[in-house]
Each structure stands twice: as C-alpha cells, then as structure tokens.
Design a protein around this ligand. Structure first.
Ligand code: TYD
Ligand code: MG
Length: 469
C-alpha cells in the first residue's frame, strides 16, 4: 500500500529487525517500519520500536490433541449473584452494585486525580467487610502508603500491603496468599521478564494485563488494575487493556475543582455510563450522594441566559445549570465558545434557531457553559441549551424553579427523551415547580408542565415570561 506520509518519514526509514517491530502505543497495531500516523487508530506519533516476543505457536495437529470442552444447556446452575460490598456507595454504584468475584476492572485517570487514594479506601472497605484484600503498588514505597492510610484514618484496616513491579513475583504472592480481591497500582509499572520490551510499552502492558485477568478468572479473585492516562488523554495501550477486562471506569476531575466523577464506560456486570461522585477533601475522597445540589448554583436571583437542565447520568438523575451569554460581536466571524458541551451541537442549535424561528445569531458572540465543570453528552440537553440561548438573546430571565429537557431535531421538532419520570421526580424532590419539556412529559405531581412540541414553542415560552410580543 502506498504510504501517504512518506514525506514525513526520516530520510532512512529504519526497518525493524526480525526480533523487533514497530508497535502503536495506543492500539497495539504492529508495523514493519516506522510511520508518523497509525493507520489502525488514526493517532499521530504513537508508533515506537519494540522488541517483539516470539509469535504464538499456531495450533497444529503436531502439538497433540486438544481436550473436548463440554457443551451444556443454557438452563442450569449459574454463578451466585454474590458481590463483594466495598462499603462505598458511590463506588458500588459506578461498578454496578459491588464487585463480582473473578471480575477484572481497569480504573483509568490522570496522574494526581486521586486513583491511589480512592483504591486504598476501597481496599480498606473491602477488607473491613471481610473480603481478604491485597494492595500492590509499583509506584510508591510502603512508608508512603502507610502515611496515606494514616491520613485517611484507615491504618487499622486488615489490608495486605505489597510493593513490587515484577509480574512473576506478584503472581507468586497471589498464589501463596490467595486474596479475594487485589489492587494493582499501576498496570504501567509492571513488567514480565518473559518479554524483552521495556515496562510501560504496549507489549508489556498487554501481556501483564492478560496474565492478571487470567489469574482473576481462574482463581475467582477480583483484580482491579489502575491505569494512567497520558497527558493527551490517552491511556497508554488503552484499547488493548480495555478489551481484556470486564469493566473500564474513568476517574475524572475538572481542573481546579474538588469533585471527582468515576464513570463506567464499559461494564459486563452493570450499566455503562453509571457514575459515582466524590469530593476530594483533606481526609480522602468523600461520597457525594446528592450530586444535583453540587451542580446547581445557590443563587436565586435569576439573570437571563441561565436554565436548569434535568439530566440523567447512567440511571441517576442529575440537575445542572446551563448558562449562555450572547453579545453583539465586533468581529467578522463571531465567537462560539462552549464549556462542558459539544461545539458541533451548539452550531446545530444556532442553525435551527435561525432557520426555524428566524432568530439570527450571525452578528453575536455566543458563549455556553455548563456550571460546576460537568460535561454533558446527552441529546436531551438540546432544549435546555436552546432555551438558555433564547433567554440570553432576548434578555429574558426565566422562572427560578424551571427545569428543561428534550432533544431538538434539525426540523425543529422537540423529541421525547428516555427516563422522563426519573427526571421529573428529581426536579420535584428539589423543589422545582415547572418544566419545559416534550409533550409526553406532562402530569407529574405538583410540577406544572409547559409542553414544547417544536422549538418555536420554546421561543413563545421565553417571550411570554418576559412579556415580549
Ligand atoms: P493520588 O491518589 O496519589 O493520585 P493518583 O494515584 O491518581 O496519581 O492523589 C493525589 C492527590 O490527592 C494529591 O494532589 C493530594 C490529594 N489528596 C488530598 O487532597 N487528600 C487526601 O486525603 C489525599 C490522600 C490526597
Ligand atoms: Mg497513584
């Protein structure tokens, strides 16, 4: 195949020697020579030279006969539904209600976000509720971890603490001590002496993760792997490890804020997109069991451009404030800036408002912000964002106890969204008394529903609030 990036290659493209290959550090694709961009995953500058392991033996009749595996009916004994409780409600929620024996989990996050702190707390919680737990660190010394445990008030928890980076030693330790749950902090520090590749390379990370997942399955032990996300938001070798484990969770923080979100992006034993919310305090991570309060501003003085969105994260309702600012622009190409929402989605909404409602934003700078540093990806936020834009554009403040949700189509139609009753119940619980939502949402408790069938209904609603003709 022609190489499209030939002009970017060093003059003498090094060809890998037979025992070496060029491996993409993001997806694990293997190449015979170096390239600037990985064709498999599209990432730039991720291809590096690695010593390769001997290719796996192909299954031939030469290696002897295999043993037939039994094929059983679907009905029959299932593994028990037992899950190890971690004693931490938010963590349990994110993983789908406790840890399933034999499960392998990957917890990723930026350096310093609090992964080690969270997992030490989880290790202590597991141990205190009677699960035999080991915490193995390849990054910190025993004294450092003890100091952290003391600070968290967990020094008395019966956790087996180990330090080490050799996979062989770790497996030997596990086979000897037989814990029911083990935490490996972090997968990138491990190395297997059967491979010539350097620790932290995708080959090592994959091989070590594979071995540990195999150990988890064959010993019914929960294995939690901690993984670092690199500066550009990539977990080194993310795809290769993500495919090996049963659940992948990301621990996220917004810069400069104390709250942390543990978000499940894949989960074989529970719902994906489930979140757990924590706050980083001087004494470790504190559970935040009512996150809506965290993302709503206390201020009751309504200004134009502010709208409360009735959202859902996983199975949990989450109300948050969306703020818009629309100002006259002096620039030829007006500014569009979004924090916590999708840029393309904003452009779409502005086009819909222009075409379907005749509201022109062409000479205005538009800023949209999700308060509290939350990131919203639900299409249900469309109507809330549109209402915030309308409120800002027409300079009409909306009622303080109003909740808005609904998906907006290109035709300007407002489409129904999932889990309406959960959204309404949360709004009602937090003292909201009015909703602007798709027509199917009306009739809940003391909430007065203003139905919006098309986006023009939202325009009329906002105009009516401000007495605008
Ligand atoms: P850590 O768990 O070491 O992060 P990671 O393992 O993801 O790299 O957490 C590091 C940060 O957390 C550090 O900046 C200090 C802060 N922290 C607290 O604020 N309170 C605490 O009780 C602890 C243990 C850490
Ligand atoms: Mg750490």
């Amino acid at each position: 195949m022609a190489n499209h990036f030939a002009h970017r290659l060093p003059k003498e493209t090094p060809l890998a020697r037979p025992s070496e290959s060029y491996v993409c550090q993001s997806c694990g694709a293997v190449y015979a020579k170096w390239a600037g961009r990985c064709d498999a995953c599209g990432q730039w500058n991720t291809i590096e030279l690695e010593q390769s392991a001997a290719p796996p033996n192909t299954v031939t009749t030469k290696g002897g006969k295999g043993t037939a595996i039994s094929l059983d009916p679907l009905e029959g004994d299932a593994t028990t539904e037992y899950r190890f409780p971690t004693g931490n409600g938010e963590f349990d929620r994110a993983v789908g209600g406790g840890l399933v024996p034999g499960a392998a989990l990957l917890i990723g996050g930026d350096p310093g976000v609090g992964k080690s702190t969270l997992l030490l707390q989880i290790a202590a919680g597991l141990a205190q509720s009677g699960t035999k737990t080991a915490y193995i660190s390849g990054e910190e010394a025993t004294a450092q971890i003890r100091m952290r445990a003391k600070r968290l008030g967990l020094a008395k928890a019966p956790v087996g603490l180990g330090t080490g980076t050799s996979l062989r030693d770790i497996l030997a330790t596990l086979k000897e001590t037989k814990p029911q749950a083990v935490i490996i902090d972090s997968i990138q520090t491990l190395w297997s002496d059967t491979l010539p590749a350097a620790p932290g390379t995708v080959t090592q990370v994959r091989a070590c993760a594979q071995e540990l997942v195999r150990y988890a399955k064959s010993n019914n032990c929960v294995v939690i792997l901690v993984g670092h996300v690199t500066k550009d938001g990539q977990l080194a070798g993310p795809r290769v490890v993500e495919h090996l484990v049963d659940a992948v969770l990301y621990f996220e923080a917004e810069a400069g804020r104390a709250f942390r979100i543990l978000r499940a992006v894949k989960n074989r034993f529970g719902g994906a997109h489930e979140i757990g919310v924590f706050e980083m305090t001087g004494g470790g991570l504190r559970e935040v069991s009512n996150p809506s309060a965290l993302f709503l501003s206390e201020n009751d003085n309504q200004v134009s451009g502010s709208v409360v969105f009735g959202g859902i994260e996983g199975t949990r309702p989450l109300l948050c404030e969306i703020q818009a600012l629309v100002s006259q622009s002096s620039l030829g190409a007006p500014r569009r800036a979004v924090v916590g929402w999708d840029n393309a989605r904003l452009s779409m909404l502005l086009a819909v408002l222009d075409t379907r409602c005749g509201l022109d934003f062409g000479r205005h700078d538009v800023f949209l912000n999700v308060a509290g540093g939350l990131k919203i990806s639900e299409p249900a936020a469309d109507l809330a964002a549109a209402t915030a834009l309308l409120s800002a554009r027409l300079d009409v403040a909306l009622p303080p106890k109003l909740v808005v949700f609904g998906e907006v189509g290109l035709s300007g139609a407002v489409r129904p969204v999932p889990q309406i009753s959960t959204r309404l119940a949360e709004a009602s619980k937090l003292g909201f008394d009015m909703t602007l939502s798709p027509p199917s949402a009306d009739g809940f408790g003391n909430l007065h529903a203003a139905p919006a069938e098309v986006i023009v209904d939202a325009v009329s609603f906002v105009k009516k609030q401000g007495g605008v003709p």
